[in-house]
Design a protein around this ligand. Structure first.
Ligand code: FES
Length: 196
C-alpha cells in the first residue's frame, strides 16, 4: 500500500471536507433565504368573511375546505352540486366577483373578502323562468350550475348567437341530455333581452 503524500492525510482531508461542506451549507442557506418570498401560512381553522348573494357572512374553515363545502354545509346553500370534484361537470358553478368558477375546486380561504353569487341568488330572475318555460331540465341536478353559467355568459354576450351559446356553455354537462332545451331557453333570453 502506498504511503500518504507528505503533508496530506486522510484525517486532514476529512477535516477539510467538513469545513467545505459547512461553508457550502451556509452559502446555500443564505441564497435560499434571499430567494424566498414570505407568504402567509394558514394552519388550522381560520375565519373567512364573504359576501354571499349580497349578504355578509363569516365562516370558520380549514385551509383545505372548498367553497362548495362551505356553501352547502355551513351556509345551507345547496344549489351548487358536488357532481365532480375536479369541476369537469360544471354543476358547482358559482360567480366570484362576477366571474364563473367551480366551487368544488376553489378553496374558501382563496375567496376571502369576495362577492359570491349562487343560483339561489338568481331564483327570482328570468333565467330560471326561461328554463321552466322551455322545459330545460329533467332531474335538475345540472340545472343550478347551468343557470349560473348562463348568467355569466349573458353578462358577457347579451346578443349571443346560437353558435356562441353552444360554445359558451360547453363546460356544463347534463346527463339527462337537455341541451336542446337549454339552448332554446338561452335563445329566448337573448331574444327577450332578459338577463336574470
Ligand atoms: S337535467 Fe338531469 S343532469 Fe341535467
Amino acid at each position: 500500500m502506498s504511503q500518504p503524500t507528505k503533508g496530506f492525510s486522510r484525517r486532514a482531508f476529512l477535516r477539510g471536507s467538513g469545513v467545505a461542506a459547512a461553508a457550502s451549507s451556509v452559502t446555500s442557506t443564505q441564497s435560499a433565504s434571499a430567494a424566498i418570498v414570505p407568504v402567509p401560512i394558514i394552519a388550522g381553522e381560520t375565519q373567512v368573511s364573504l359576501t354571499v348573494n349580497g349578504q355578509k357572512k363569516t365562516v370558520t374553515v380549514e385551509p383545505r375546505t372548498t367553497l362548495l363545502d362551505t356553501l352547502r354545509y355551513q351556509l345551507n346553500l345547496t344549489g351548487a352540486k358536488p357532481v365532480s370534484s375536479d369541476g369537469s361537470s360544471g354543476a358547482s358553478t358559482v360567480l366570484v366577483d362576477g366571474k364563473p368558477v367551480m366551487a368544488s375546486t376553489t378553496l374558501t380561504v382563496a375567496v376571502s373578502g369576495k362577492s359570491i353569487s349562487t343560483c339561489e341568488g338568481l331564483k327570482d330572475g328570468d333565467i330560471p323562468k326561461a328554463f321552466v318555460s322551455n322545459d330545460a331540465q329533467q332531474c335538475g341536478f345540472c340545472t343550478p350550475g347551468f343557470v349560473v353559467a348562463v348568467k355569466a355568459f349573458l353578462n358577457q354576450h347579451p346578443d349571443a348567437t346560437e353558435e356562441q351559446i353552444r360554445a359558451g356553455l360547453n363546460g356544463n354537462i347534463c346527463r339527462c341530455g337537455t341541451y336542446a332545451n337549454v339552448l332554446q331557453a338561452v335563445i329566448a333570453l337573448v331574444k327577450g333581452n332578459q338577463n336574470g
